[in-house]
Design a protein around this ligand. Structure first.
Ligand SMILES: *[C@@H]1O[C@H](CO)[C@@H](O)[C@H](O)[C@H]1NC(C)=O
Ligand SMILES: *[C@@H]1O[C@H](CO)[C@@H](O)[C@H](O)[C@H]1NC(C)=O
Ligand SMILES: *[C@@H]1O[C@H](CO)[C@@H](O)[C@H](O)[C@H]1NC(C)=O
Ligand SMILES: CC(=O)N[C@H]1CO[C@H](CO)[C@@H](O)[C@@H]1O
Length: 351
């Protein structure tokens, strides 16, 4: 109980006391890799059905614009960029509306529906993690041409690198298709994914990244789409998936501890969304929400991407009352709370 109370205290402070200046520091850019939790529209420019660049997505974004964020508005990385004193939203690398002068202060290479595992990105033909790193190398080349070698090196060193990925490896791949589950136990699959994470962080460090946050998994058994599988028994969270998230997060945390010692000059953190997210789901009203078990869009149980359609009469009118926007993704308000929480706790080490 004391733990819970102090959590709320922290969260209260995080929400009420977030002054942009605190984080002005010398972070030059936020560079993002991952899946739909942090994609700002890269998938609009590749042939995949994993898209959200249509209404009602983005209805609470600047100008009511659907961007390809799987959200009604901004996502956590946008709020972080703003809090640090950089720009208010982080653009997608493949979006032709932006160029290197925008990307110099922040960019996302993320792709909705991807995972650590190449077999996960294959499911919906999205950008694999290795491809995101290829784009990052291309970005470095452009940055050097744009800023000059010395300043570009400084930008690269002082950028904050955020990695948010992994849920789809389990829910879209391992538990959806027989391939990986016939090859690996859950435990060994986690080790396989953690091995890819390790390789990725090392490569990123080799390219000059120093301030790196490896993100953990949320309580993925509580996404409305997963709860829907328990619909006959009251729509509870799927405990097994939450247990897997906790277990995998433990492995990632150990990995970060190990790599911190191995990689010279690095500031590596494991940023864990699990507990704060779980508190929101368990006590939605404490955070100003009314509904945590179902999403805003349509029936709130199944729809996301193309099945979350405009004019569905069941779609809620005020997304701020909901923890989830579609059956798989949080609302802007949840993203904002999570961003504040992580900024004030985990990320203080970078600043
Ligand atoms: C980026 O785009 C802006 C306008 O959209 C343009 O003025 C600028 O020259 C471009 N910069 C580069 C480096 O291409
Ligand atoms: C994923 O695919 C890339 C490109 O083919 C390859 O280099 C990499 O080794 C693969 N990753 C794994 C873990 O097999
Ligand atoms: C800010 O930049 C200065 C000079 O480049 C450096 O010495 C210092 O470590 C940086 N601070 C942080 C928190 O990275
Ligand atoms: C940016 C931010 O929210 N900073 C706050 C973090 O929490 C401490 C207290 O724990 C506040 O003093 C900061 O203002």
């Amino acid at each position: 109980m004391g733990h819970l109370k102090s959590f709320f205290m922290l969260l209260f402070l995080a929400i009420t006391m977030l002054p942009a200046v605190t984080f002005a520091g010398n972070i030059t850019a936020i560079i993002v890799f991952g899946d739909s939790t942090v994609d700002a529209g890269n998938n609009n420019y590749i042939p995949t059905v994993a898209r959200s660049n249509f209404e009602p997505y983005g209805r609470d974004f600047v100008g009511g614009k659907p961007t390809g964020r799987f959200c009604n508005g901004k996502i956590a990385t946008d709020f972080m960029s703003e809090a640090i004193g950089l720009k208010p939203t982080i653009p997608a690398y493949l979006d032709p509306a932006y160029n290197i002068s925008d990307f110099a202060t922040g960019v996302t290479f993320a792709s909705a529906a991807t995972g650590y595992d190449n077999a996960t990105s294959d499911v919906l033909s999205v950008l694999p993690l290795w491809k995101q790193l290829e784009y990052y190398k291309e970005y470095q080349t452009k940055l050097k041409a744009y800023q000059g070698k010395d300043q570009a090196t400084e930008t690269i060193t002082n950028s904050l690198y955020l990695i948010s990925i992994g849920t789809n490896d389990f829910l879209e791949n391992y538990f959806a298709f027989p391939g990986r589950s016939s090859q690996y136990s859950v435990d060994l699959y986690q080790d396989f994914l953690a091995g890819i994470a390790e390789d990725f962080v090392k490569k990123l460090h080799g390219l000059g990244a120093r301030k790196i946050s490896l993100g953990g998994l949320p309580p993925m058994g509580c996404m409305p789409l997963e709860r829907a599988t328990n619909i006959g028994t009251g729509g509870e969270c799927v405990g097994r998936f939450n247990d897997i998230a906790v277990q995998f997060n433990g492995k990632l945390e150990n990995l970060v501890g190990k790599l911190s010692k191995e990689l010279p000059g690095s500031i590596l953190v494991f940023s864990n969304p699990y507990e704060p997210f779980m508190q929101i789901i368990k006590n939605p009203s404490s955070f100003g929400f009314e509904v945590a078990a179902a999403a805003c869009c349509a029936t709130g149980m199944f729809e996301m991407g193309y099945s979350c359609q405009m004019n569905n009469p069941f779609t809620c009118t005020n997304a701020d009352k909901y923890v989830f926007w579609d059956s798989f993704h949080p609302t802007q308000k949840t993203h904002r709370i999570m961003a504040n929480f992580l900024m004030n706790n985990t990320f203080s080490q970078f600043l």
